[in-house]
Design a protein around this ligand. Structure first.
Ligand code: ATP
Length: 358
């Protein structure tokens, strides 16, 4: 198994910079998610690690070995793509055996390895079938088996679950996470699905426009976003943002909506010359107050029951805010409510740079 170190990786396609100075270390046996919107450069980064793309600048190390110039076949990586592209005219057995046949291994050894990996992925009973005789989830497992049979040092996955329906995705995602831990293999997993990244990864690298904005474990990236973009990309619904001015040591949203500066920001704000901020907070970090005057005044725009709880959409001085409330509470359209935000959960972002204050 190996760790992966990316140093100053730049990838240009003509004049377009797809990766802009990427520095990232993926630890041995770690499950790293590359998370970002469409076109942010996730796949380009994965293919650069695989050796399919050569970086325009920068170095790639597997442990201490510089692999920057090595072709994919000499990097010993297993790749799983979004469209698994199993060979349609080959049985499952043949599909899995194929990479080993290319390596010209003896027949008995191939047979042993195919059966071993099929067992791990619970597809032993499917070996004689053809891809069209398999469900999406089964095809996906075959594709993973084919990547694993070469005993790669690193498993690279590019949105491997995106062709599965919602329920199957949840199931396979749990299996895949378990498998990665059982095999103790270093894995890099590209996804635009924040829930998938939060659920599966040891750490998440959030990518936007070819740059890594933040790397951290799921808890850190979720609760302590370093950029407004990160807060707004993770969570469902994502983090809320309310615009405010800093005046006389208060957060002023409007004449009726004024908040104290949260204790964790008092010293920081004194040091910085920031006049306008976004107040960021998660939909669960709010209490709805219907009697009394505590908190921010808002107006209920809509509510969506989810079973155990409901999501309220509330307008606060023109800012759309989504919060969770217990399902038993009944609200009316247009009702005025007060929302009390847990001050310790607030993250403040500079309105100009959209960076979290620190
Ligand atoms: P998605 O989730 O949609 O796959 P992504 O984050 O994986 O997106 P990439 O596929 O890495 O994004 O693409 C990043 C950017 O680089 C995009 O703007 C894309 O158009 C561009 N790009 C990718 N491959 C090439 C290529 N071979 N030639 C030119 N531009 C490319």
């Amino acid at each position: 198994m190996v760790s992966i170190k990316l140093e100053g990786i730049v990838k240009k396609f003509g004049n377009f910079t797809a990766l802009d100075n990427i520095n990232l270390t993926i630890k041995d046996k770690e499950f790293m998610a590359l998370l970002g919107p469409s076109g942010s450069g996730k796949s380009t980064l994965l293919y650069t690690i695989a050796g399919i793309y050569k970086p325009t600048a920068g170095r790639i190390y597997f442990d201490d070995r510089d692999v920057t110039e090595l072709p994919p076949k000499d990097r010993n990586v297993g790749l799983v793509f979004q469209n698994w592209a199993l060979y349609p005219h080959m049985t499952v057995y043949k599909n899995i055996a194929f990479p080993l046949e290319l390596r010209k291994l003896p027949k008995e050894e191939i047979d042993k390895k195919v059966r071993e990996v099929a067992k791990i992925l619970h597809i032993e009973n499917l070996l004689e079938r053809y891809p069209w005789q398999l469900s999406g989830g089964q095809q996906q497992r075959v594709a993973i088996a084919r990547a694993l049979v070469k005993e790669p040092d690193v498993l690279l996955l590019d949105e491997p679950l995106s062709n599965l329906d919602a329920l199957l995705r949840l199931e396979v995602r749990a299996e895949l996470k378990r498998l990665q831990k059982d095999l103790d293999i270093t894995a890099v997993y590209v996804t635009h699905d924040q829930a998938e990244a939060l659920a599966m990864a040891d750490r998440i690298a959030v990518i936007k426009e070819g740059k890594i904005l933040q790397v951290g474990d799921p808890d850190e990236v979720y609760h302590k976003p370093k950029y407004k973009f990160v807060g707004g990309f993770l969570g469902n619904p994502p983090m809320n943002f309310i615009e405010a001015k800093i005046e006389d040591g208060k957060l002023v949203i409007s004449s009726e909506n004024i908040l104290d500066i949260p204790p964790q920001y008092r010293e920081i704000i004194k040091k910085l010359d920031v006049k306008e901020v976004y107040i960021g907070f998660r939909p669960h970090d709010v209490e709805i107050v219907r009697e009394g005057k505590e908190g921010l005044v808002g107006e209920i725009y809509s509510f969506e029951p989810l079973g155990r709880e409901q999501i309220l959409t509330i307008f606060v001085n023109g800012n759309v805010v989504k919060v969770f409330a217990p399902e038993e509470e009944h609200f009316r359209f247009g009702e005025k409510v007060n929302i009390k935000i847990k001050s310790e959960s607030i993250v403040l972002f500079d309105k100009k740079t959209e960076k979290a204050l620190e």
